[in-house]
Design a protein around this ligand. Sequence first.
Ligand code: ADP
Ligand code: MG
Length: 395
Amino acid sequence: MIRYIDDLQMTGKRVFIRVDFNVPLEGKRVTDDTRIREALPTIRRALEMGGKVILASHLGRPKGPDPKLSLEPAASRLADLLGPKHEVILADDCVGDGVKKQVKELKDGQVLVLENLRFHKEEEANDEAFARELAALADVYVNDAFGTAHRAHASTAGMVPFVKEKAAGLLMKKEIEYLGRVVKNPEKPFIAILGGAKVSDKIKVIENLLPKVDALLIGGAMAYTFLKAQGIEVGKSRVEEDKLSLATKILDAAQRLKTSIVLPVDHVVGTEPSDKSDKRETPDRAIPGDAMGLDIGPKTRAQFTQHIRNAKTVVWNGPMGLFEVEKFAEGTRVVADAMANNRAAVTVIGGGDSAAAVQQMGYGDKMSHVSTGGGASLEFLEGITLPGIKALETK
Ligand code: ADP
Ligand code: MG
């Protein structure tokens, strides 16, 4: 069982919240504060509940202390977002006597942001002594950093058993609820739409979802490996030659399970994967020798839309084409649009590029859930219990 922040008593307690403030920076400026905004509901709730809030995050991949990767810009952005009622203090480290003192002196309504956890290599090494030092700062541990929940680090896993109470934050709760619903008890018809760059990245997702779905729709570059495995001409399209026999095995497994795998029946093709390419549509599944598949074609878009319309649960990972180039973005847009328009369905998006595509196209708030964790959401869909979530489980 996992408890959520609302289940705990926080008044006067030191509440350590693992957030994901791994934001993009340009010098001292946060260029995208989405992750900070997404952590706000949990931070505000802990403050309202009377907790003394301590925030911890990693930022980038420092090799030891590095002023360029200080959490200072994130802390000052947080201060703007929280408003004048709350003072945000940045510690100069995440462990040590100075930090202990700052925690002790923390007043109601103040927020202490610990300096970048990865300034200590012990964070990623999940070092026990370091984990105990972090744990000593807290009475309550809250994890709201879904994006790093697939990593067993000191702040996401190691420290948790050493803190008296533990819970998931509100963002983490939403991730667990929606992704959990998809992999555990989806309302039927349940369809999965997979695309993106490579079959090899998605094998475990396919293996985990295939026995659960009513249909698996495949687009994106990974579709060409499946088509080629069936003996269809794919021209210059991206194919993983070493995955052809695996593709055949997956198609056979689907047949045994009586699950339909729906592959593209036509394509948008071009000469090269860039905006300099020409754009043509193929009449059927075959791709001419001089062309590469760069998006799903109009008949495929219509078929996929039909499947999405009839579904009660839809999970989508992997763009349908080279969506970064506008002329090859239509397949991705049509899938997003169909999902957004099926108001009766639970619609969940996982994967970094897929989430970016959906947000960029303006469909983010029309889905039931767009996961904030690229790698973490994929591992969740693979059926893995993420170490950061496992650590939150109580008996
Ligand atoms: P996610 O991050 O959502 O899991 P992936 O990383 O697997 O998705 O795939 C995203 C990438 O796949 C995008 O950069 C997209 O341009 C690329 N892609 C999708 N279809 C094609 C295609 N037909 N040809 C080339 N690249 C493609
Ligand atoms: Mg990706």
